[in-house]
Design a protein around this ligand. Structure first.
Ligand code: C2G
Length: 129
């Protein structure tokens, strides 16, 4: 059983997120999505529209996702890899290289981002309506 993990805020879920989650799930049999807590979003200087609880409910409804856990710190990834017996960490390539330090513990794969969509773009487009 190949176990995959990915991390993100996943706010205002859109096709870019879904494309990432779908591709990540195709690398294994079980996908964990670690979503940033509201407190960790503040660390990331991101303000999510949906709360952690709302984003958790939404991610848990995505058929590619088998489990949702909280992401509270940058440093928890190694602990998660051990705790959840992760074989592959998958991230969008805007993170390319940033998690290579985990290569000794699991395969690290960066996938091309979906061009033309982002939560930021959605928010600014909606503001123009
Ligand atoms: N993503 C994508 N295409 C987009 C937008 C996002 O492939 N058009 C991917 C990102 O590369 C990331 C995932 O979807 O792998 C989640 O994106 P965000 O919610 O923006 O997550 P981020 O703020 O990058 O947080 O510790 C890692 C961080 O928590 C990642």
């Amino acid at each position: 059983m190949t176990r995959v993990i990915t991390y993100g805020t996943f706010d205002i879920l859109h096709t870019g997120h879904i494309n990432l989650l779908k591709r990540a799930s195709e690398y294994g049999d079980y996908l964990i999505a670690a979503i940033s807590s509201d407190e960790f979003n503040a660390v990331k200087n991101k303000e999510a529209y949906y709360t952690f609880e709302q984003r958790k409910v939404i991610l848990e409804a995505v058929r590619f996702v088998d489990e949702v856990i909280p992401e509270d710190t940058w440093e928890q990834k190694l602990e998660d890899i051990k705790k959840y017996h992760i074989d592959i960490l998958v991230m969008g390539d805007d993170w390319k290289g940033k998690f290579d330090y985990l290569n000794d513990y699991c395969e690290v794969i960066y996938l091309p981002r979906t061009v033309g969509i982002s939560t930021t773009k959605i928010k600014s487009d909606l503001n123009r309506l």
